[in-house]
Design a protein around this ligand. Structure first.
Ligand code: FAD
Length: 286
């Protein structure tokens, strides 16, 4: 199986495809700069709307990361609106491009779209990929330090996470969080539950207040007091907020790496300037 083993912590980025009305190659300028920072991999998001348009862009960008830039690309694959045949089709497209890393996700319900019933949860997608392709793909799955927003409680969510790893997920990437305490508590519980897959900590540097409020609304992350004070103080000074956001993320990452985090996954928001500043600040810590 194409699985990476490393002594040092992983450092990876996430990008999203350009909007449908933009040419896909507008992402290349961002990738030029991100790949120059030599991340272990770059993952590419995929709208849960369906594998048609959105999935094709994800494959195209993951292909460029792998075959044009010669870095590892991870294709996100949300399954809630897919039928088995569409997943088989996606696996074939990834195989044809030699992209052998997938982040297997359920995805969120799209308004006014009745979900397909082939895959109800990410664990079912992971089992299916393993059944169809054996060990051909390295499979990543999502995890939630503060619990998934729909979960009854964190312990229940961790039990379902255990099922994703049992189904064949090799590695985990966490939802963003701003208070490391949640990550440490979560990781301890996950290990106690017998989940031994490496867990990368998802870090989102703040670039603007609106963006962070939207993310927090979607995923329910707790905003610590010092973070809220930072937002309030710099909300009307974009460059100051950007610099404060970078400093906050570097501080968070330093603490995580000092405490043995196995990897850092940076939600770059397609902003290479921020990724570079953070990479430069933590390069030696990795
Ligand atoms: P699951 O693991 O299936 O869990 C979903 C919910 O169901 C949880 O509350 C869980 O506790 C519960 N559950 C699981 N199994 C069972 C069961 N057997 N019985 C009852 N309840 C169960 N979304 C996108 O659309 N595109 C992306 O590219 C994307 N990238 C992401 C990247 C990362 C790193 C993360 C953390 C999230 C990403 N998401 C993306 C968001 C993700 O799709 C949503 O958070 C979604 O709501 C859950 O997906 P999941 O794969 O974690 O679901």
């Amino acid at each position: 199986m194409p699985q990476d083993k490393k002594e040092r912590a992983f450092f990876s980025f996430e990008v999203f495809p350009p909007k449908k009305d933009m040419p896909v190659d507008t992402i290349y300028k961002t990738l030029d700069e991100l790949t120059d920072l030599k991340p272990d991999f770059i993952s590419v998001t995929c709208g849960a709307g369906g594998a048609g348009g959105a999935g094709d862009r994800t494959v195209e960008i993951a292909d460029a990361i792998k075959n044009k830039y010669h870095r590892e690309g991870v294709a996100h694959l949300p399954c809630i609106n897919l039928e088995r045949a569409q997943v088989v089709d996606m696996l074939g497209k990834l195989r044809a491009k030699n992209v052998n890393k997938i982040l297997a996700l359920r995805g969120d319900k799209t308004p006014n779209v009745e979900p397909k019933h082939d895959f109800r949860y990410a664990a079912e997608l992971i089992s299916f990929i393993r059944k169809e392709t054996g060990d051909e793909f390295e499979i990543f799955a999502a995890c939630y330090p503060e619990g998934h927003i729909e979960a009854k409680d964190l312990d229940t969510d961790i039990e379902y996470l255990r099922q994703k790893v049992a189904a064949g997920a090799n590695r985990l990437i966490s939802q963003l969080f701003f208070d490391n305490k949640y990550f440490y508590d979560f990781k301890e519980k996950a290990r106690k539950a017998g989940i031994n897959a490496p867990i990368e900590a998802g870090i989102m540097p703040v670039t603007n207040k609106k963006q962070i409020e939207r993310m927090v609304m979607l995923c329910g992350a707790t905003l610590p007091r010092k973070f809220q004070r930072m937002l309030a103080k710099y909300e009307n000074r974009p460059e100051a907020l950007r610099d404060a956001g970078i400093a906050f993320a570097v501080d968070q990452i330093t603490d995580l790496l000092s405490n043995g985090a196995e990897g850092i996954h940076l939600y770059t928001m397609n902003n290479p300037y921020i990724a570079r500043k953070i990479s430069e600040a933590i390069g030696e810590l990795l």
